[in-house]
Design a binder for this molecule. Structure first.
Ligand SMILES: C[S@@+](CC[C@H](N)C(=O)[O-])C[C@H]1O[C@@H](n2cnc3c(N)ncnc32)[C@H](O)[C@@H]1O
Length: 255
């Protein structure tokens, strides 16, 4: 049974959602992803100039296949990373895709079905803060552009660590902070000027997602701070690598 969602409160501004916590944030995030699910993939490709495919492939290269076995993709959304994970792990692998939002997951389910992977990738609607999987049940956990949207990140990290086997890896692909001031200026112009304009004028967006996106990136911990949060959650070793000049970073945390 899919739970029915209550009508979430309307935020004053989309930016303010990125600073919200708890249920109000969760509901606002739900509403945005429900509204954009149908054209998420297309928008993602247009707005990142196709780069998100490259970023996702790079995240896969960080996964040690020696770990093999069972992998969980959190915030799986429309399923790109789960499908790449399946390719990476091969015949002996098993992939679980989990996401808070039903509409995103349904698009992902269709993709998985169309690729004939239904018996290899299972999909669950679930909050990263409250995973219903058993302790030490995964060799790898991935999260692509998900953690930024989670209200209680520390709790999500604790949960991710709990479901990982000792030695297992958490690979977190997320927007981060550009490393040079020129790139930061360009990126800010794109995020805070061009993107909201595209949202209002071109996409005629009424969800506020084009304002939420840059605001949520701006308030998300930078590379070093995210590394510290992962260490604080109990991961033994955390390394990261910047992609596209730090616009995106991959953190690899080992339990
Ligand atoms: C920007 S999309 C990324 C989708 C996909 N991973 C990708 O890289 O294309 C973020 C996803 O995270 C999900 N999400 C947000 N908060 C979540 C939470 N607390 N638990 C699980 N999923 C969450 C959203 O529903 C959405 O599908």
């Amino acid at each position: 049974m899919v739970p029915t969602l209550e009508q979430p409160p309307k935020p004053d501004t989309a930016q303010s959602v990125s600073t919200w916590t708890g249920q109000a944030r969760e509901q606002a995030v739900q509403r945005m992803f429900t509204a954009i699910a149908g054209f998420y993939d297309l928008n993602n490709s247009l707005l990142s100039f196709g780069l998100h495919h490259h970023w996702k492939k790079r995240a896969m290269q960080c996964i040690s296949t020696a770990n093999g076995g069972r992998a969980l993709d959190l915030g799986a959304g429309t399923g790109d990373l789960a499908i790449l994970l399946d390719q990476q792990l091969g015949q002996t692998g098993q992939v679980v895709a989990a996401d808070l939002n039903e509409a995103m997951l349904r698009v992902g389910l269709d993709k998985v079905k169309n690729k004939g992977l239904s018996d290899r990738i299972s999909c669950f609607q679930m909050n990263a803060e409250h995973l219903t999987f058993q302790d030490k049940s995964f060799d790898t956990v991935t999260a692509g552009f998900c953690i930024r949207n989670v209200g209680n990140r520390s709790q999500a990290f604790t949960e991710i660590r709990r479901v990982l086997k000792p030695g297992g890896q958490f690979v977190c692909l997320e927007f981060s902070q550009p490393t040079t001031s020129i790139l930061r200026k360009l990126y800010d112009w794109y995020s805070f000027r061009l993107l909201p304009w595209i949202g209002t004028v071109v996409a005629r967006d009424g969800t506020g997602v084009y304002e939420y996106l840059p605001a949520s990136i701006r308030t998300f911990p930078d590379q070093e701070r995210l590394r510290e949060l992962l260490l604080k959650a109990g991961f033994q070793r955390v390394d990261y690598q910047n992609l596209s000049g730090g616009i995106v970073a991959i953190h690899i945390a080992v339990k």
